[in-house]
Design a protein around this ligand. Structure first.
Ligand code: AMP
Ligand code: MG
Length: 310
């Protein structure tokens, strides 16, 4: 329950709590996660209960290094290996064919497992101290905004955690890019690594799974509405003076935040600003629509999901 500064002692205590099947709030470079021992069904069940997350939405397994991939994946295709080499540790999740020993509750019964190596010193020290893969979904109630600071973890959710390690504000601030590597690589969720970066490494186009594609390899977590503040959010070309919201221009009202024009800086600030405005906004949060350019894909995806009504 307490929010603790990361020290050798607190990280050792967090590792001990995890070994006992408890949950720990873990900073990563994307967003704060709820870490649990991935091979402990009781701990994983606690994770779903704490988030009120449906059981058909699988968890990402976090590893200390790519060397541990064979512990959870039975096949690591060449493209996955190239991506891991290029982007790990980092905000990239690979979907691979799983080993039978990976729990069904972690993968929602799929024959695949989502894995990544996070790029945050505290997460990596915790993974090294535990010595086991950790499942870690974002530390928010299902459908709510992900926290990008320890203080943004909802109090009711924090009560389900043995402790939160405070690793400061998350550098990326948006969830990882999820790439299905079980066939021709394709993006299931845009995120901290852009498709242009993936394509540069693989030397081939990496498509984004379209909204209508509900084939067998589609990602179960691709809900239309997701990542949303409680206050209704809508996109607009510009903000009116009375609007509460996010703008690129100089603010024209007291509840307006001027956002960076650079996509990664915008992404790093987005959830923190939405959390803050959610606490003060009366009827709506209005967001000035970012440019329809590839570099804005992850930000636009999150805003579209936050604006969707179901
Ligand atoms: P979160 O942990 O909240 O960042 O969400 C994890 C994301 O990864 C969700 O969109 C899941 O649907 C997706 N995911 C996890 N495991 C798999 C898998 N085996 N296959 C496809 N997508 C997955
Ligand atoms: Mg999440």
């Amino acid at each position: 329950m307490p929010i603790l500064p990361p020290t050798r002692e607190t990280i050792a205590a967090a590792a001990e709590a995890l070994r006992r099947g408890l949950l720990v709030g873990m900073p990563t470079e994307t967003v704060y996660g709820i870490a649990a021992l991935a091979h402990d069904p009781v701990a994983v069940a606690r994770t779903f209960a704490a988030k009120r997350r449906p059981g058909d939405n699988p968890l990402i397994v976090h590893l200390a290094s790519a060397d541990e991939l064979p512990r959870v994946a039975r096949e690591v295709p060449a493209a996955a290996r190239q991506l891991a080499t290029a982007f790990w540790p980092g905000p990239l999740t690979l979907v691979l064919r799983r080993r039978p020993t990976v729990l069904d509750c972690v993968t929602a019964g799929l024959d695949t497992v989502a894995v990544r190596v996070p790029d945050h010193a505290v997460a990596r020290e915790l993974l090294a101290a535990v010595g086991e893969p950790l499942s870690a979904p974002s530390a928010n109630t299902f459908m709510h905004l992900s926290p990008t600071t320890a203080a943004d973890i909802e109090p009711e959710l924090r009560q389900q955690l043995a402790m939160v390690l405070d690793g400061g504000p998350c550098r990326v601030g948006l969830e990882s890019t999820v790439v299905d590597c079980t066939g021709t690589p394709r993006v299931l969720r845009p995120g901290g690594v852009s498709r242009a970066e993936l394509e540069a490494v693989l030397g081939q186009p990496v498509p984004l799974l379209g909204g209508d594609d509900r084939g067998p390899r589609a990602s179960p977590g691709r809900y239309t509405r997701h990542y949303a503040p409680v206050t209704p959010l809508r996109l607009a070309a510009t903000l009116a003076p009375g609007d509460t919201g996010l703008t690129f221009a100089a603010p024209s009202g007291p509840q307006q935040v001027q956002m960076p024009r650079e996509p990664s800086a915008y992404g790093a600030a987005l959830y923190r600003v939405l959390h803050a405005l959610d606490a003060v906004a009366a009827t709506a949060i209005v967001v000035q629509e970012p440019p329809a350019e590839p570099a804005w894909e992850a930000v636009r995806d999150r805003l579209a999901k936050a604006a969707a009504s179901d």
